[in-house]
Design a protein around this ligand. Sequence first.
Ligand SMILES: Cc1cc2nc3c(=O)[nH]c(=O)nc-3n(C[C@H](O)[C@H](O)[C@H](O)COP(=O)(O)O)c2cc1C
Ligand SMILES: [Mn+2]
Length: 493
Amino acid sequence: MAYTDLREFISRLELEGELVRVGERVSRDLEITEIADRTVKSNGPALLFENVDGFDIPVFMNAFGSYRRMSMALGAQNLDEIGARVESLLHTQAPGSFAEKLMMLPKLAQLASAFPRTVKSAPCQEVVLAGEDASLDLLPILKCWPEDGGRFITLPMVFTKSLETGKRNVGMYRMHVYDSRTTGMHWHVHKGGARHYAEYEDQNRRMEVAVALGGDPAITYAATAPLPEDFDEMILAGFLRQPPTSPLCKGGRGGVEMVQCKTIDMQVPADAEIVLEGCVDPGERRMEGPFGDHTGYYSPADEYPVFHLTCLTHRKDPIYPATIVGKPPMEDCFIGKATERIFLPLIKMQLPEIVDMNLPVEGIFHNLAFVSIRKRYPMQARKVISALWGLGQMMLTKIIVVFDEDVNVQDTSEVLWRLGGNIDPRRDIAFTDGPVDVLDHAAPQPLFGSKMGIDATRKIAGEGHDRHWPADIRMSAEVTTRIDELWGRLGIG
Ligand SMILES: Cc1cc2nc3c(=O)[nH]c(=O)nc-3n(C[C@H](O)[C@H](O)[C@H](O)COP(=O)(O)O)c2cc1C
Ligand SMILES: [Mn+2]
């Protein structure tokens, strides 16, 4: 089930014993980080800080910080359930018989109601502070880590529109607060916001940008999803928000309700908590960072575009949502795991031999990918590696390791065992060069570096390995059955 807004989600978390309200007075400078870090590392609850020193506005943290809450945020029992929904949608075939057509109806209705809808008035605009009245000083924006260059808005949904096509993009790009009406705009060059900004810079035009905070957590998640260019994140949000059991759902809680901003030509989710309206000028750059980042290291300061606030709107009693990133596991690891499950069916459409994929949290999503495949022909693992490096944000993956279909890539212990045993390093490791994540500090220069593909599959005929490949050790079924029967009587456990 989807949530109307953030507060409905918070109530649900509370009902399910997944929320702790922190009444103790704490500082937004570092203290909230320390509490949230300890909480996520011990698989603890979501946190609503109700007494932030100097502020009336509460800070909501760790919303997505466990498998359970990440699933709840997307209205599902578990992440695989959402993957399965995506898969069933993708496998929608043109219907043949009448019965098949009938079966299709619910799916089509689901899709239609996934589209965003415009509404005239919105909770996120209950209070409108334009011009001089608009100030970020109102918000309990965190200083996350000791050596951060300042305070950062860490869960913003950044809305932009293409100058060429008018199409929308929503991405999550942190914002370094410089003063009450100015922030950095940290969209990496590979991302949608930066692509739109380049169009504006080419024509030397000012770009309007809206930033929404809060709302149904499915909408916040959608801003982080690595969708193909020009695919509207709000449609993904609408799809995720639909109750699967109620396919007709009358547009009720599927499509995201959007409202026009007050000072710019942009729409934002009506049920957000807080909205920042503003602009980014062509050619303007300012030092952004350093920032204790999701790599587990400080990313160094660098030049980024600048966001100028023109209007701040909010609910009467807004909640300020935030996250911290740092050494894994952190909250963003669970967001990444949701993405792994949701996007696996899409990747399989391109690469049907893929069985499973694990982006381990220690690999912070762009450093390491373990993939299992059903191998039929020589060098198929290499083909899969090359293809993944060409697929959306997977292009940033530094190390890809491919295993056979019988390897459980979710089991790191098995992964390491197979990896060590199955590869001849000179033959099975391929190096190449390509784009790397902006945050990769090990590449000799920013933005590109080397990549490693490892073929850890068993070598088959035609791959130049003439030796016999040994079988896995397995007990015979006859013996396991007999010992199963005996086991209880052996007194072993
Ligand atoms: C908590 C969090 C913070 C993020 N911060 C940034 C950021 O500052 N800059 C950036 O380019 N991507 C950041 N990302 C990743 C993007 O949101 C992600 O790549 C998304 O797919 C971008 O959408 P886009 O493809 O529409 O640009 C962050 C993700 C999360 C979960
Ligand atoms: Mn996008």
